[in-house]
Design a protein around this ligand. Structure first.
Ligand SMILES: [Zn+2]
Length: 134
């Protein structure tokens, strides 16, 4: 018997991100005042503090900025997952986000590796954006 994985619990600021992901769309906040893209979502643009922004579709492409391979089971639900990669992916649009690299043996993951978004439907209507080699 494996335990269910914890699923994201959207905050008000990140709810649009998770709603888009549910439909396999990758959208991040984009400032209408200064053009800045950012992640994680927040109530105002971290560059100019404007609250005039919209969740905007982005390329879903980026590169591995940094990563770590987990070999130890820190949560029983991940027992079948080890080893797995947790990475900081730098999007083409600039922001970096914490995610998993999937669809490739962990020993083949490298910094600067080009990656693209994929969606992992984890149940309960939740889909988690992850990244795979482009
Ligand atoms: Zn701005």
């Amino acid at each position: 018997m494996s335990k269910p994985k914890p699923v994201p619990r959207p905050a008000p600021e990140s709810a649009p991100y998770w709603e888009a992901a549910k439909q396999h769309k990758f959208e991040i906040p984009h400032c209408n005042a200064c053009g800045h893209y950012w992640f994680p979502p927040s109530a105002s643009c971290p560059q100019c503090l404007s609250t005039d922004f919209a969740f905007t579709p982005v390329s879903g492409k980026g590169k591995v900025y940094s990563f770590v391979t987990f070999h130890r089971v820190y949560h029983p639900a991940f027992e079948q997952e080890v080893p797995y990669v947790v990475a900081l992916v730098e999007l083409e649009e600039g922001p970096r986000l914490l995610t998993n690299i999937v669809g490739v043996p962990v020993e083949q993951v490298t910094c600067e590796m080009p990656v693209k978004v994929v969606f992992d439907d984890v149940g309960d209507g939740v889909s988690v954006p992850k990244f795979t080699p482009a």
